[in-house]
Write a protein that binds this ligand. Structure first.
Ligand code: GMT
Length: 385
């Protein structure tokens, strides 16, 4: 019998929500019944209809007394209802806060009736490296991660960071992010390239949620230096708190006319198909899913060496890694790749070859195996009580 899996995630453009949605789609394609529990339809779900996927919207009623409507309480209640009514076998939480603590709460409620099920927490990055470590959240994060029946991290680096930052009493399984190469691959979009770069300029791309951790202003600074040596255009995809500041910087550096701020986009692979280089100068990055999707579309990568980025970007092969904030190094490396056609083709080939190591067919079975093990162990534990 195929498992019924509940997935809890942030439905927004952030990497954890994207990965959780891609996982749900991949599992549903394999015949599993997948139930998303979140406050909005996850962005990547609305690109096609998937008959094995169900979406349960968490509603958070407001009340004049509430300055902060209690999402976690509403989420725990939704988990209880979906687990019981849909007869779920396992719950998979993406991003620890507040999903893991809500799942713990839901399970305590369900234990009263014997309908409790195991839950797995996948750590994605800022839930550990930025937010989770904050003393405001740390005790609850530590407790609920430890109460998970299994813990996964998206890179070896994130696993080590988690062990350094929290007192974790369980093994952490590293299951890296993955990409669906059937959907993310280079397609012929020459007409599109002609429109954006009519004189054959190189096309550089950055995709993120424009939060401080992404250092989007560094992208503009790097581009300004590249453009002095190599005719090029920059496409900035996404939106967030630092968008205005990076637009202002592009104006003050005199490069605005060669930069397009396209905002949030759903058809990322079409844009990546015309790109020559992806720029990711993050302060910290547990994995860099956006960079993997770019590599799958044959786009080499200029990144920092922060977090888990060295696990996907191979120095001198798929791109280059520099220290955070080292604009000179990142721009020199970019110029090196872009200034020679043969060299660029070589890097492009290496990028797609590296992406294949993270193809979904290789990674999804790791989750399936873990689900089966966790469900079996939980059943045994319950029988023993
Ligand atoms: O910061 C983001 O880009 C969003 C964040 C999230 O959790 O939504 O992304 C994190 O998870 C992604 C998917 O596992 C990783 O690829 C990103 O590297 C990670 N972001 C950071 O560590 C900053």
């Amino acid at each position: 019998m195929k498992m019924k899996i509940g997935i809890v995630c942030y439905p927004t453009f952030g990497g954890s929500g994207v990965l959780a949605t891609e996982l749900g789609i991949a599992l549903s394609d394999k015949g599993y019944e997948v139930h998303f529990i979140t406050y909005e339809q996850p962005v990547r779900l609305n690109q096609a209809f998937h008959p094995n996927i169900y979406f349960h919207e968490v509603k958070v009623p407001t009340y004049p007394l509430f300055d902060f409507p209690p999402y976690e309480t509403a989420l725990a209640s939704a988990m209880v209802n979906v687990i019981v009514n849909q007869n779920l076998d396992i719950l998979h939480l993406h991003y620890a806060i507040p999903h893991a603590s809500a799942a713990y709460f839901a399970r305590q409620i369900l234990k009263k009736t014997g309908r409790d099920i195991p839950f797995i927490t996948t750590l994605h990055g800022t839930d550990i490296t930025l937010v989770g470590r904050d003393p405001t959240y740390a005790p609850v994060v530590t407790f609920s991660i430890n109460e998970s029946d299994a813990i996964t991290a998206v890179s070896e680096n994130l696993k080590q960071e988690t062990l350094r930052s929290f007192k974790i009493e369980k093994d952490i399984h590293v299951i890296p992010n993955f990409v669906d190469i059937k959907r993310f691959h280079q397609t012929d979009k020459e007409h599109f390239k002609q429109m954006l770069a009519p004189d054959g300029e190189r096309i550089l791309v950055h995709v993120s949620n424009f939060r401080a951790v992404k250092r989007v202003k560094d992208v503009i600074k790097i581009f300004e230096k590249i453009r002095q040596e190599v005719p090029s255009k920059l496409l900035m995809i996404g939106d967030g708190p630092d968008r205005q500041a990076s637009e202002d910087l592009a104006r003050s550096l005199g490069v605005y006319d060669d930069v397009r701020f396209l905002g949030k986009q759903e058809q990322i692979s079409e844009i990546l198909s015309i790109a020559d280089l992806f720029i990711l100068p993050s302060e910290t990055e547990s994995f860099g899913l956006s960079a993997l999707e770019a590599m799958a579309c044959s786009v080499p990568l200029i990144s920092t060496n922060a977090g888990g980025l060295p696990e996907i970007n191979i120095e001198g092969e798929t791109g280059y890694l520099s220290d955070v904030g080292d604009i000179a190094s990142m721009s020199q490396h970019a110029i090196h790749i872009l200034s020679n056609d043969d060299r660029l083709q070589h890097f492009k080939k290496a990028a797609i070859a590296q992406a294949r190591h993270f193809e979904k067919q290789r990674i999804i079975p790791m989750y399936e195996k873990l689900y089966c093990e966790v469900i079996a162990a939980y059943k045994l534990e319950k029988e023993a009580v």
